[in-house]
Design a binder for this molecule. Structure first.
Ligand SMILES: [Mg+2]
Length: 173
């Protein structure tokens, strides 16, 4: 069950204590795209997202999009944000996580994944041993596959909350 528990849990990408992450030695932030940066229906980064990404770059973070979405959608965002990106990642599979680590020469202690899904972002990140940060999904409008994942997620969260190791809405850094 431990693989389903995020290391950090916050309301949104705007509530994360990035300064603390930097001080902990995190150098690279992997961002999920859909329902983490923007809703799945939004085709371009918002002003808010652009501003946050600029601030994070200035803080010294390497920023990378790690998305299960197709090429066209991911490229649109990486180009507008001026950051690197990987599409069709098939999270929670480890492959693309490991590719990033080896390509950019980071250790697992230097990388964090930020995403809205336990079944893909958190599970994938925990499997490879990087820091996992869960945020709430921006909207409830989701793809069929995500709806299925949410069902599994609900069961997992129910089990975790029984053990008091993870409770929905109880945020922690
Ligand atoms: Mg997502």
């Amino acid at each position: 069950m431990e693989k389903y528990i995020p290391d950090v849990y916050q309301k949104s990408i705007y509530d994360i204590n990035y300064k603390k992450l930097f001080q902990q030695g995190i150098k690279c932030l992997l961002f999920d795209l859909d329902n983490t940066l923007v809703p799945p229906s939004v085709k371009e980064p918002t002003e808010e997202v652009l501003e946050l990404m600029e601030n994070l770059k200035n803080m010294g973070f390497k920023l990378i999009i790690l998305s299960n979405s197709p090429k066209k959608r991911v490229e649109q965002f990486q180009n507008r944000l001026g950051i690197d990106g990987f599409y069709s990642c098939k999270k929670p599979l480890s492959k693309k996580f490991l590719l990033v680590l080896s390509m950019y020469n980071y250790t697992i202690n230097e990388v964090a994944i930020i995403g809205d899904q336990i079944m893909t972002d958190v599970l994938g990140g925990n499997k490879v041993g990087i820091l996992t940060i869960l945020v709430n999904p921006i909207t409830k409008k989701e793809l069929i596959i995500t709806k299925f994942n949410r069902l599994l997620e609900k069961i997992i969260i129910h089990k975790l909350s029984k053990k008091s190791v993870f409770i929905k809405g109880k945020y922690y850094e």
